[in-house]
Design a protein around this ligand. Structure first.
Ligand SMILES: *Cc1c(COP(=O)(O)O)cnc(C)c1O
Ligand code: SF4
Length: 338
């Protein structure tokens, strides 16, 4: 049962929050009482990959603090303009695993569906900052082709809604798609990879919970949080709504220099997530995408941080440290405590 009253406390709908997102660097600096001298470089860095940040997320950023770990995830800076060897525009070579538009089939038994090319927030470290969404925008015919592809491969047991952010799509479309997928007998699970419960928690409303649970597919939501300060009251409430309707919630993070490359910050994140009803799943090494090199943490330091986490936390609160290597049959696990 999904109580309809859970939507009543919302003042603005999630769609309104999406469209009210701040995209003007000058406005962001002003809202957060930051130095206006950063404006021209922020404008320059946002030409390639625009600034985009919804207000519920801005509310959690400390005004006047240029090193705030949430601010650093979204503010365009001059460091993005640096060309660093080893960092490219398609680090995962996903363009080679696109059997039909909108489908990424790289790993055994699982396919990614690019449900929505857009994101609610633009994370500066994102490996999709150069992704060709134009080629992956779906019309009805493309959806039929994607469904046909999945139906034709009995080895696929799990569909992962991805993007961009799949929850930027509207619930009518998501319900239609989910119903079509549930009719494919060899599918067992539906996984949704989304940052929206963290960025605009009101997205988890009764309409969303409805299509996620009104299906024979076992639903699973993987949120994306990098720092404990992202988990505020409304985010906790959104996670509770998922948990209360029987949806398991996991978290993935990216290890980011200056943001969470510190055992205490990650320990705090794991504890905060668990209190909110989320299990840590992955801690990713940064994908080597050009424009994000300044967020990189080298492998030795990553392993050291991970070892400290293993020593301090119960095993179920230690995320798996992984790296995405082009051509590998799955994510590559680092730091097994052998
Ligand atoms: C991460 C990922 C998956 C899912 O991998 P899990 O290890 O099952 O979480 C599937 N396909 C692609 C392309 C991915 O990057
Ligand atoms: S895909 Fe995820 S990490 Fe990348 S910009 Fe969108 S929400 Fe951020």
């Amino acid at each position: 049962m999904i109580p309809q009253t859970i939507d009543a406390w919302q003042i603005l709908s999630w769609q309104q929050e999406l469209s009210r997102a701040v995209t003007d660097p000058g406005e962001l600096l002003e809202l957060l009482a930051l130095d206006r001298r950063q404006l021209s470089i922020a404008l320059q860095a946002s030409m390639d990959f625009p600034l985009r940040v919804p207000r519920p997320y801005i509310n959690r950023i400390r005004p006047g603090d240029p090193d705030d770990p949430l601010l650093l995830q979204i503010l365009p800076t001059g460091r993005e303009l640096e060309q660093v060897p080893g960092y490219s525009t398609d680090p995962l070579q996903e363009r080679q695993n696109n059997p039909v538009p909108g489908v990424v089939h790289k790993y055994h038994g699982r396919v990614l569906l690019i449900v929505s090319p857009a994101c609610a927030i633009n994370c500066r470290y994102c490996f999709r900052r150069h992704f060709d969404y134009g080629e992956n925008t779906q019309g009805r015919g493309d959806w039929e082709r994607a469904i046909h592809y999945i139906a034709g491969d009995p080895g696929i047991s799990e569909v992962i809604y991805s993007g961009g952010d799949p929850l930027v799509a509207n619930d009518r479309h998501l319900r239609w798609l989910t119903e079509r997928l549930a009719a494919i007998n060899h599918l067992r699970r539906l996984r949704v990879h989304t940052r929206l419960p963290v960025v605009i928690p009101s997205r988890i409303d009764s309409h969303c919970l409805e299509w996620m649970t009104a299906t024979r597919l076992q639903p699973l939501v993987v949120i994306h949080s990098n720092h404990a300060r992202e988990i505020d009251g409304p985010v906790k409430a959104a996670i509770s709504r998922l948990n209360e309707t029987g949806i398991r919630v996991l978290n993935q993070s990216v290890l980011l220099r200056g943001i969470n490359d510190d055992p205490a910050a990650l320990e705090d994140l794991s504890e905060t997530l668990f209190d909110a009803g989320v299990l840590p799943y992955y801690l990713h090494l940064l994908d080597r995408v050009s424009g994000a090199a300044h967020f990189g943490v080298d492998r030795r330091r990553a392993l050291e941080i991970h070892r400290i986490l293993q020593a301090r936390l119960p095993g179920y609160l230690v995320p798996r440290l992984v790296e995405e290597l082009p051509g590998a049959p799955g994510k590559t696990l680092l730091g097994c405590s052998a």
